[in-house]
Design a protein around this ligand. Structure first.
Ligand SMILES: Nc1ncnc2c1ncn2[C@@H]1O[C@H](COP(=O)(O)OP(=O)(O)OP(=O)(O)O)[C@@H](O)[C@H]1O
Ligand SMILES: [Mg+2]
Length: 326
């Protein structure tokens, strides 16, 4: 299994629960494991009854396990401030207020949140040496995955910019023969450097996600969740990322055979409906169904987490990373 494992799926299906359980399973099998969560509402903190922040922190009472909780709001703000800082160093003061205005607007766009999170994920992957495995509680969605096509786009852009800079630097050189300054201007061009840096960042992201990451999708046995899963599979495929497996969570538990009351009948009816849906998943969805997890009567934490971990039949061994190290 690849060193980076993502669990995606629509809201509330059980991504946090499943990724925490799988991370626990990896840790118990002796792999140094980091679980990264991004959900401010119900997160790894609730599952492990411990509060986590932006820095990886050992999980109390579990050997080999660390957790980290990224706050997406903080991430967007940090991202914005960084951009503002970088840009203000490069443009005239007259432009700073216009740039600030544009950035504020970008801050509010739906993609900003996801893009900032994606950046943070990539950063975590870039700095993952201390761990054998990193488990991400959520996977990039369609709109973020499109960022993986960015290197090619940037390549074009960088080429054209270089061309323009060359022309102006040539003119400059002709005007100032014998001066070494222009060459240096070209090499140290902050705008080009920035673009190059973004380009290699996304190249790393694409390479790592394609060769060192495995994606799993969690779903619940309802139509909405099934449709969403089908969409997520094709979104990932469109970016050359394949889904390794599907996890059905919150399945209705069966009553004992000798129970005949209305409650038992209700459960049997539900199970019949759910099993039709699972058959559809097995027949129509390309990725394999790798785990079926029943609904528990209580929040999945503590001992229950270990029980759920036992139901997740996903390999925990770690392949060495193959993507080019940066
Ligand atoms: N198998 C299960 N049995 C009982 N409760 C479950 C099970 N799986 C998840 N839950 C509960 O359902 C709720 C949602 O689960 P979880 O937080 O893992 O979903 P999520 O996909 O991470 O949600 P979000 O999209 O909000 O991040 C939680 O309260 C969790 O304890
Ligand atoms: Mg969650």
């Amino acid at each position: 299994m690849e060193p980076f494992v993502f669990f995606g799926g629509k809201g509330g299906v059980g991504k946090t629960t499943v990724s925490s359980s799988y991370a626990l399973k990896c840790a118990r099998d002796g792999h140094d494991t980091l679980v990264v969560s991004t959900d401010p509402a119900h997160s790894v903190g609730d599952v492990f009854d411990q509060s986590f922040g932006d820095e990886a922190t050992p999980v109390d009472g579990v050997e080999n396990l660390w957790a980290m909780q990224i706050d997406p709001d903080d991430e967007v703000t940090r991202h914005l401030n960084e951009l503002r800082q970088q840009l203000s160093e490069q443009v005239s003061t007259a432009m700073v207020s216009e740039i600030n205005r544009q950035l504020e607007m970008a801050h509010g766009t739906p993609g900003a949140y996801e893009a900032a999170l994606f950046d943070r994920f990539v950063e975590v992957m870039r700095n993952a040496e201390p761990y054998d495995r990193v488990v991400f509680d959520t996977s990039p969605t369609g709109s973020t995955l499109r960022l993986l096509g960015l290197p090619e786009l940037l390549e074009d852009w960088i080429d054209r910019l270089m061309q323009k800079r060359k022309v102006s630097i040539d003119l400059f050189e002709k005007a100032a023969v014998g001066n070494n300054e222009p060459r240096r201007v070209m090499e140290g061009d902050p705008v080009l450097a920035q673009l190059q840096e973004r380009k290699s960042f996304f190249e790393f992201a694409g390479e790592t996600l394609r060769s060192d990451a495995a994606f799993f999708l969690v779903f619940n046995p309802d139509e909405l969740s099934l449709n969403e899963t089908a969409r997520a599979i094709s979104d990932l495929e469109a970016s050359d990322l394949s889904v390794r497996g599907l996890i059905a969570n919150k399945l209705t538990p069966a009553p004992d055979d000798d129970e005949t009351g209305r409650g038992a009948q209700y459960l049997r009816d539900r199970i019949a409906t759910e099993s039709k849906r699972l058959t559809r998943v097995r027949e129509e969805f390309a990725p394999e169904l790798v785990a079926t997890i029943e609904t528990r009567t209580a929040e999945v934490k503590g001992d229950l987490l270990a029980a759920v971990a036992d139901e997740i039949e996903i390999d925990t061994t770690v392949d060495p990373p193959s993507a080019a190290e940066q």
